[in-house]
Design a protein around this ligand. Structure first.
Ligand code: EPZ
Length: 417
């Protein structure tokens, strides 16, 4: 079984280059099915989630060519087949094949998606959107059969600004007859990335990135090109590493606006950082002030950085609080941090982090992707050796994380034992 071993306390200096965004790429790849031609997606991160999506594409008959971080997908021989449980279960983003195949063929058969154990993660809003467009949803065991005589544009209000539901409804609506309006849509940058890609193929989408997205149905979608935007969560994770151990650590290939909720908090905490047009420089300080954070949808503080940020707050003077408003079970990293010497109290959807505390290396377990990232950061900061088990969670969401950290001075290895 793969484990990550870290000897902590090493100063981090030099430069880390951010890869393409996982949460964009996992939507762009299924979205490519809507084209009747050939599409190219550039800056694709080399992570196992993408491999799992490729497997589904090729299973459906698409021809996928990978050239470094470029993916060329030829849909000419595509056929609409049931997506088996073994493939759908591998990741949550397999649910984007629902919107894409429904939008293209007016029918899709697919098993329930997988995904991290951070909450119930229902997809009721996705299904409500498909039904609003005229589709009939049948749940047969743990498989969905979704089909429509005709897809017609409609006004759809999302009770929760769900990222997945916003993207999935967009995919199903691009070839529907007439106008679809998604109200209370999620505003994440990844949604803009997908809408731009679809428009490049010939779709007519406006308002992506705002809470009202309008989609005018078109008959055909042709060849397309797009580039995956930099991963704001990967960037945020390494920015936090810089706040923990950096000596003018450079984080490059970023869009500063996309992580402004984090950088503003770090400034509030007295962390020295310089922000430039597509990179930032960050160093640690021993005088970090405590802070209160509440996770929100974009542009608020992202839930995906809540767990990595917890590691930083352990070193703050005083009691910081972190309130998780998006998921009901996203504190599984806390018991392991406390075993390493932190003093964190869980109080329903809020945690109180009493600091400053010095972490000591321990054997810990990555329960989910961002909990794993939190524990990598803790291992980098802790004195002694930290061993992290179940690291597949981490490797599926952070391209070359071991190399990227080693290159800036971390004493970190991936072992197979
Ligand atoms: C996306 O998940 C991301 N995953 C998540 O990142 C991210 O945490 C989340 O958006 C919020 O930003 C991908 O993009 C693959 P949601 P998604 O639908 O789309 C509720 C990571 O670490 N909800 O915005 O599944 C849901 O329960 C992952 O990279 C419904 O109630 O998130 C949650 O409480 C983790 N009904 C809230 O909305 C629905 O039909 C937000 O979920 C859908 C969602």
């Amino acid at each position: 079984m793969k484990k990550i071993k870290i000897n902590g306390g090493k100063e981090l200096k030099g430069s880390i280059k951010i890869s393409g965004a996982k949460n964009s790429a996992v939507a762009l790849v299924p979205a490519s099915l809507l084209s009747d031609g050939v599409v190219t997606i550039d800056n694709i991160p080399n992570i196992s989630d993408i491999d799992a999506l490729n497997e589904i594409l090729e299973y459906l008959g698409a021809k996928v060519t990978r050239e470094k971080d470029k993916m060329i997908i030829d849909q000419k021989n595509l056929e609409n087949k049931e997506i088996p449980e073994s493939k759908a279960k591998k990741l949550r983003a397999s649910y984007y094949f629902m919107g894409a195949l429904l939008g293209k063929y007016k029918r899709v058969e697919i098993y329930f998606p997988g995904g991290c154990s951070i909450g119930a993660r229902p997809i009721n809003l996705h299904l409500k959107g498909f039904e609003a467009l005229g589709a009939n949803v049948i749940e047969n065991g743990n498989k969905y059969i979704i089909e429509a005589e005709e897809l017609k544009g409609n006004n759809i209000y999302l009770d929760v600004p769900s990222v997945g539901a916003t993207v999935n409804i967009m995919l199903a609506a691009v070839k529907a007859k007439g106008l679809t309006i998604i109200e209370n849509a999620a505003k994440e940058p990844e949604i803009v990335n997908v809408a731009t890609f679809l428009n490049n193929m010939g779709a007519k989408i406006t308002g992506a990135g705002t809470s009202e997205i309008r989609i005018k149905g078109v008959n055909k979608l042709g060849n397309g090109f797009t580039e995956v935007i930099p991963d704001r969560i990967e960037a945020g994770t390494y920015v936090i590493a810089g706040a923990l151990l950096g000596n003018n650590l450079k984080i490059e290939n970023i869009i500063p606006d996309h992580i402004e909720s984090l950088t503003l908090k770090l400034k509030e905490m007295n962390v020295p950082l310089e922000i430039h047009d597509d990179y930032l420089i960050i160093s640690k300080t021993d005088k970090m002030k405590k802070v209160n954070i509440k996770t929100q949808g974009y542009p608020g503080f992202p839930t995906d950085l809540q767990q990595p940020m917890t590691t930083l707050l352990v070193g703050c003077n005083g009691t910081s609080t972190l309130e998780e408003t998006i998921y009901e079970n996203r504190f599984q990293n806390v018991p392991f941090l406390n075993e390493m010497g932190a003093d964190i109290i869980i109080d329903k959807r809020k945690i109180h982090i009493n600091g400053p505390k010095q972490l000591v290396g321990k054997e810990v377990i990555a329960t989910d992707l961002r909990a794993g990232a939190c524990l990598v950061l803790a291992g980098l900061k802790a004195s002694g050796t930290t061993v992290i088990k179940d690291v597949e969670h981490i490797l599926r969401g952070y391209e070359n994380i071991i190399e990227k950290l080693k290159n800036v001075g971390a004493d970190i290895v991936l072992v197979d034992e």
